[in-house]
Design a protein around this ligand. Structure first.
Ligand SMILES: C[S@@+](CC[C@H](N)C(=O)[O-])C[C@H]1O[C@@H](n2cnc3c(N)ncnc32)[C@H](O)[C@@H]1O
Ligand code: SF4
Length: 487
């Protein structure tokens, strides 16, 4: 037997053992019966926010005492549409549309400054995402970064990240974009590598092959950026073996961080991407099943561990502990305020969320009328605060009891007593008195564990999709179970 075959067999055996554990948790009601999942990126999930007015969300909002608010800006343009992607956006060069969008973005930021009564925003970190911010022309990118940074006090900004696809930083224009981003203080790049298998990349409808993705990473490293490379597993065209090959190469890449997403087939936002056809249409390349996908996940954990990587934030791995996304850490672990500009952008303010419109027309129309483009949102009461302040930090790192008290005013030991005890008893959580953390198995099933703390109306799936075992998320989940006499 070849050495490579022995390696596949070794990793497959470990992954099969892990899948047996996952099945045990399926029988207990933790993991849903068909194995589907919803990533807990916000709580409550954004699709469930009702329509709101600007007055409702921001009427009584005040900027935090230290004046700091992190910034997200959404640039909804891409070269082409990837098979797996659910994000709305316009495709192709769209030069005029991009110019128009940028001029409205500038006006949106000014409207916000007016509403908040400040002259500049003071972020701890900035994230530019999309879409593909670097799909702007170099001239547009410079115009955008200039008007954005003119309205920002950068003195407390510890990280400025841009999400991009490899093609947009190659060739001469790409080089020019890299220089412009550096000049405006960008210091971290999140590069969508997605796979290092050319057949899979083709199936994803990516515009680059593995070689070009690696060149993009090399260029990013050479120019002194902190580099995060993103991958997807469970995608059509992938097998356990070809995924192992990809992860084996990924750990050798010129990158500081590796981020692994499990393919989400059913959209968790409003727009459903084309990938759903691979589930519905028997002629399409099949999507790996639940077992194969979980086994791919376990193989990545094993290979990353063999190579000295730590999971600094959930699903993001680095050899150095101090390297991670400040934006994600601030929003999801520290629960700091954050403001989002651009269509679909999301803002998180202390006890409420706001979501900008998904429609270009509504976006332009509202700004023309001097209104913020917010159209949905949610204000959390004490119970929902108690849930939110567990779901996000636990999913991404851990719950520090002192922070929980600071944010919610509640004592962690007095909330969700039955649920937390059960999760500990089942080996999914540990508690050292000050901090509650996921165990290794808990980390593997992080979304499912934290969704135990979702209110029943915000569970990702109906009760009938879970076994009626002791970890069914609907159990012991009333307001009384949640906050009881903690108030
Ligand atoms: C909003 S995308 C932007 C990245 C950039 N435009 C690119 O394509 O390289 C951020 C990342 O989310 C991940 N992603 C997007 N759609 C996904 C899906 N349906 N399931 C899992 N991960 C997904 C991809 O790894 C992607 O790089
Ligand atoms: S994955 Fe990135 S490049 Fe592909 S369609 Fe989505 S946002 Fe655009």
């Amino acid at each position: 037997m070849s050495q490579q075959q022995e390696r596949y067999d070794y990793l497959r055996k470990r992954a099969e053992e892990k899948f047996e554990i996952v099945q045990e948790f399926q029988r207990k009601g933790l993991v849903c019966l068909d194995g589907d999942f919803v990533p807990s990126v916000h709580y409550p999930p954004i699709t469930q926010y009702p329509p709101v007015t600007q007055e409702f969300i921001l009427g009584d909002y005040t900027v935090p005492q230290d004046g700091k608010i992190d910034i997200y800006v959404h640039i909804p343009f891409c070269e082409r549409r990837c098979l797996f992607c659910h994000y709305p956006g316009k495709l192709g060069s769209q030069t005029e549309e991009k110019n128009k969008y940028l001029s409205y973005l500038e006006r949106e930021i000014d409207l916000y400054l007016d509403v908040l009564g400040i002259s500049k925003i003071k972020p701890r970190s900035i994230l530019l995402g999309g879409g593909t911010p670097t799909y702007l022309t170099p001239k547009q990118l410079e115009y955008f970064l200039k008007f954005l940074t003119d309205r920002i006090d950068m003195s407390s900004c510890a990280q400025f990240n841009v999400d991009l696809d490899p093609n947009s930083i190659m060739d001469e224009d790409g080089m020019e974009r890299m220089r412009i981003m550096k000049a405006y203080g960008v210091d971290r790049l999140t590069v969508g590598v997605q796979s290092l298998n050319d057949e899979v990349l083709k199936c994803m409808n990516r515009g680059h092959d593995a070689k070009r993705a690696i060149q993009a990473l090399e260029r990013s490293m050479d120019m002194g950026y902190q580099v995060n490379a993103e991958f997807i597993y469970g995608h059509p065209g992938q097998t356990f073996e070809n995924w192992v090959d990809v992860v084996d190469q990924a750990v050798q890449l010129p990158a500081h961080e590796l981020q692994f997403y499990r393919l989400k087939v059913q959209a968790y936002g409003d727009l459903q991407g084309a990938i759903i056809n691979n589930r519905r249409n028997s002629d399409a390349i099949p999507i790996p099943d639940f077992k194969e996908t979980m086994m791919m996940k376990q193989a990545s954990y094993d290979i990353l561990e063999e190579n000295g990587f730590h999971e600094n934030l959930r699903r993001v791995f680095s050899r150095q502990r101090k390297i991670f996304s400040h934006y994600a850490y601030n929003q999801c672990c520290n629960l700091f305020d954050q403001i989002g500009f651009g269509i679909t952008a999301f803002s998180s303010y202390r006890d409420r969320f706001a979501l900008n419109t998904q429609s270009f027309e509504e976006y332009y129309d509202k700004i023309d009328r001097g209104l913020l483009p917010v159209n949905r949102g949610y204000k959390r009461d004490t119970e929902q605060q108690a849930r939110w302040a567990i779901v996000l930090p636990m999913k991404n790192r851990d719950v520090r009891k002192a922070d929980y008290k600071r944010v919610t005013g509640l004592d962690f030991d007095k909330v969700f007593i039955k649920k937390t005890e059960r999760l500990k008893r089942n080996g999914l959580l540990t508690d050292d008195g000050k901090t509650v953390s996921l165990t290794p198995v808990g980390k593997f099933l992080a979304d499912e564990v934290v969704e135990q703390y979702n209110a029943n109306e915000f569970q990702p799936f109906p009760r009938s999709n879970y076994a009626e075992g002791e970890l069914n998320p609907y159990l012991d989940n009333t307001t009384e179970d949640a906050i009881g006499d903690a108030e």
